[in-house]
Design a protein around this ligand. Structure first.
Ligand SMILES: Cc1ncc(COP(=O)(O)O)c(C=O)c1O
Length: 437
């Protein structure tokens, strides 16, 4: 079990309920804002599909697949029912069998590992780099064996794993690479998109992803014709032609409704990604205005490619993460812990024999990291609120103001935080509805 954080912290006094009423709320996500901008197009697309009576696969799905392939610069994009299925189908296409070993990080969403265990294969968990939170190539190297049949780097939080180091390792070992790109659509590595770097890339359309549907969905990418053919067969029960089954596959098709909605959204993905990048840069700028270095580590950008910031995850040292999260929650700021229990310590994997201390950096990250709101429609003033509340928790003094944030609303500018300047500025940026007063 992971140690529980019991340390006492310098929490600022909790506000009374009456005072909280005046605080602006900043949710971790606001999917309604994106929908509001595309409402008419999305409804028209849904109606078109309903009128057509083609609900599974069909022309919208085929068109979406072509558009995704073009966008990501790969010859094949094959849709399926979820990112979890994409990972399972990828390993099935690579003939992963019971007893085979697959190396993957423990610091990831559950689906990365469950795809392995559902095939009877054995997940071999590798530790992470403490700065990037991405799988450590040196630990992957240590864990390679004759039984290794695949490596799954996860491009966590929107940043591509260190493919300069991982691809040569895989090549030397003669094992395929399945990229878990569920959080990293449009991220790049030396100019090439994630999903186009290994043998198969796996993506998710879960609504919180950078390209999210109105339900579940996913897709796979590959540059290999043989794998594309296998993936297409496996997602339809191995059926070709109708009612003739070549192999045992699964039922994992994308709904036409999802495809139609995703086709409305895809042309906006690049601009949404740029907005996420801008938000990340603004956070870095805002954090630098406070004396928070002792307490907070902000995530770095990636110099070898595009970081698409599906999450903005800070590290809080000194055992104060959970108390900070409680404080932010009381202030109306939404946060999330990705991930509180690493996969090697999950109950369902206890039989695999992993224990506390086996992956020290992973276990430390699980205790210290916290994701802040980063979605494209997030307002500058809302980011200033988030950072201001964090500074307030640590009693961190305001050091300076950068050029960019000079024009932003800034909670620390007024004392108390919900002072008149702040309310005025929130109205000025059109978010007066968030100010509950
Ligand atoms: C890293 C990672 N892998 C796999 C998945 C699974 O995707 P889905 O939720 O579409 O099944 C997710 C999504 O939550 C993810 O973040």
């Amino acid at each position: 079990m992971i140690r529980k954080n019991t340390s006492q912290t310098a929490v600022s006094p909790v506000r009374s309920e009456a005072e909280q009423v005046f605080l602006p709320q900043v949710g971790l996500l606001a999917l309604d804002r994106q929908y509001a901008t595309l409402r008419h197009e999305i409804r028209a697309a849904i109606e078109r599909v309903c009128d057509s009576g083609r609900f599974v696969l069909g022309p919208d799905v085929t068109d979406l697949e072509s558009e995704l392939a073009r966008t990501l610069g790969v010859p094949h994009a094959i849709s399926c029912a979820s990112g979890s299925d994409a990972l399972l189908l990828a390993l099935m296409a690579l003939d992963i069998k019971p007893g085979d070993e697959v190396i993957l990080p423990s610091y990831t969403f559950f689906a990365t590992a469950s795809a392995v265990t559902r095939l009877g294969a054995v997940p071999i968990f590798a530790d992470i780099d403490p700065t990037t939170y991405l799988v450590s190539p040196s630990d992957v190297k240590r864990k390679l064996s004759r039984r290794t049949k695949a490596i799954i780097p996860v491009h966590l939080f929107g940043r591509t794993a260190d493919m300069d180091a991982l691809l040569p390792l895989a090549k030397e070992a003669g094992v395929p690479v399945v990229e878990d790109a569920c959080q990293s659509i449009l991220s790049t590595w030396h100019g090439r998109c994630s999903g186009a770097l290994g043998d198969i890339g796996c993506f998710s359309f879960y609504p919180t992803k950078n390209l999210g549907g109105v339900g579940d969905g996913g897709f796979m990418t590959t540059t290999r014709d043989d794998l594309a053919a296998k993936l297409k067969l496996l997602r339809v029960h191995g059926m070709e032609p109708r009612y003739y089954h070549q192999v045992v596959g699964i039922n994992s098709r994308l709904d036409s409704l999802q495809a139609a909605v995703l086709r409305v959204k895809l042309p906006h993905l690049d601009a949404w990604t740029t907005a996420r990048q801008n938000n990340a840069a603004r956070y870095v700028d805002l954090f630098s205005e406070y004396d928070l270095n002792r307490h907070i580590t902000v995530p770095e950008d990636e110099s070898r490619g595009r970081h698409v910031w599906n999450q903005f995850v800070i590290r809080i040292s000194g055992g104060q993460r959970d108390a900070l999260r409680t404080h932010l929650s009381k202030c109306g700021v939404g946060t999330e812990i990705y991930y509180p229990v690493p996969l090697h310590l999950q109950k369902c994997f206890a039989h695999l024999g992993w224990g506390v201390g086996d992956l020290p950096e992973t276990e430390k990250a699980a205790l210290e990291t916290l994701a802040l709101p980063i979605y494209p429609e997030l307002q500058a003033a809302e980011q200033a609120t988030v950072v201001g509340r964090i500074a307030e928790f640590f009693h961190a003094p305001h050091l300076r103001r950068s050029d960019e944030s000079r024009s932003l609303a800034h909670p620390a500018e007024d004392s108390p935080l919900q002072g008149p300047h702040y309310l005025r500025t929130m109205k000025a940026v059109g978010r007066a509805d968030d100010v509950r007063c």
